[in-house]
Design a protein around this ligand. Structure first.
Ligand code: RIB
Length: 297
C-alpha cells in the first residue's frame, strides 16, 4: 500500500500584525517571514514527519527549489513533482497578535495541472493505495475520478471551499477532513451535529473528521461519533494546524490505531504546530508528539 499526496506547494509570505487589516486600512507589519507551505506540501510533510513514506505530486514554478528541498529534508518523495518555467503558487498571510490568520492565495503553477500529467502520475498507483487531496489545484474532479478508477482510497480536505468542489463526484471520497466553516458551506447548517448528520446523509459511504478550532474535533461515520478535545497551548500561528492534524490522523490510521487514539495523536501534533510560527516549519516530528503524549518511542 502506497500513499500519494497530490496537491499544492506554496511559498508563504507571512506578515505579523496587531490585527488583521480592515478594508481601506493601512498598517505597518512588525515582521515579515518567508516559509514553505501550501496545503498539499504541509500535509505531505506532516505525513512524512509522522513516519509515513509519502509521494508528493504537483507543479512548482521558478522559485520551487526551496519547496522541493523542504519536502526532501522531511523525507517526502518528490520524484513525481515537476518544475515549470513560470510563477509558482504563493500566499500572503496576515497573522494577528492572537495567532489567527487570513490568507490570500495565488494559484500559479498549482492551477496548471494537465490531464496528461495526472494520468502519468496515477499510473504508478493502484488498488488500496491512498490518494490525499485538497482543493488548491485545478482538475480536482479529474484527479478524483481517475484515482477512484484505479481503486485508490481517496482522502479529501475540501479546503479552500469553492464552487469547483461541486463539480467533483464526492461520492468517491473515502474520508473527509474538514473544518466547521467548510462543514457549514457544504450543508447549510452551523450546528455541529446537524452538519455531521447532513454530511453522512449526502455521502453515506464516507467517514468524516470535523475540526472545530478551539472546541476540538469530531469523528463520525454515520454510526459512531467520537469527540477529541484540544490540547491547550498559547497560539502563535494557526497556519498549517489543520494540515498537521490531517497528516498525523492519516498516519495513525495507517498504523492501525483506533480512531480515538488517531484523533488524540492528531490533536497533540496540531497543538504543537499552533504553538510555533510558519506552516511547514511548525509541523512536529513523531518523536516530539509521542513525547508530549508520554507514549513509548
Ligand atoms: O493550510 C495552510 C496553508 O494554506 C498555507 O501554508 C498556505 O500556503 C495555504 O495554502
Amino acid at each position: 500500500m502506497k500513499v500519494l499526496n497530490y496537491g499544492s506547494l506554496n511559498v508563504d509570505y507571512v506578515y505579523s500584525l496587531d490585527h488583521i487589516v480592515q478594508g481601506g486600512e493601512t498598517i505597518l507589519s512588525s515582521k515579515m517571514e518567508v516559509f514553505c507551505g501550501g496545503k498539499g506540501l504541509n500535509q505531505s510533510i506532516a505525513l512524512a514527519r509522522a513516519g509515513v513514506p509519502v509521494y508528493h505530486a504537483g507543479l512548482v514554478g521558478e522559485e520551487g527549489s526551496i519547496l522541493l528541498d523542504a519536502c526532501r529534508e522531511s523525507g517526502v518523495d518528490t520524484s513525481y513533482v515537476r518544475q515549470l518555467d513560470c510563477k509558482g503558487g504563493h500566499t500572503i498571510i496576515q497573522v494577528d497578535a492572537k495567532g489567527q490568520n487570513c490568507i490570500i492565495l495565488y494559484g500559479g503553477t498549482n492551477q496548471m495541472q494537465t490531464k496528461e500529467y495526472i494520468d502519468e502520475v496515477l499510473s504508478n498507483f493502484g488498488k488500496d493505495d491512498f490518494l490525499i487531496l485538497q482543493n488548491e489545484v485545478n482538475l480536482l474532479d479529474y484527479i478524483i475520478d481517475r484515482g477512484h478508477d484505479r481503486g485508490m482510497k481517496i482522502v479529501l480536505n475540501p479546503s479552500p471551499f469553492d464552487e469547483k468542489l461541486m463539480a467533483c463526484d464526492l461520492s468517491k471520497v473515502y474520508l473527509f477532513l474538514l473544518n466547521e466553516i467548510e462543514g457549514e458551506q457544504f450543508t447549510g447548517f452551523s450546528d455541529v451535529d446537524q452538519i455531521l448528520t447532513a454530511l453522512a446523509g449526502k455521502f453515506p459511504e464516507a467517514r468524516f473528521v470535523l475540526t472545530l478550532g478551539s472546541e476540538g474535533a469530531l469523528y463520525y461515520d454515520g454510526k459512531e461519533k467520537i469527540f477529541q478535545d484540544i490540547f491547550p497551548v498559547k497560539a502563535v500561528d494557526t497556519t498549517a494546524a489543520g494540515d498537521t492534524f490531517t497528516g498525523f490522523f492519516i498516519a495513525a490510521l495507517l498504523e492501525g490505531t483506533s480512531i480515538k487514539e488517531a484523533l488524540r495523536f492528531a490533536a497533540r501534533a496540531s497543538a504543537i504546530a499552533v504553538s510555533r510560527p510558519g506552516a511547514a516549519p511548525s509541523i512536529p516530528c513523531i518523536e516530539e508528539v509521542k513525547r508530549a503524549l508520554s507514549l513509548p518511542k
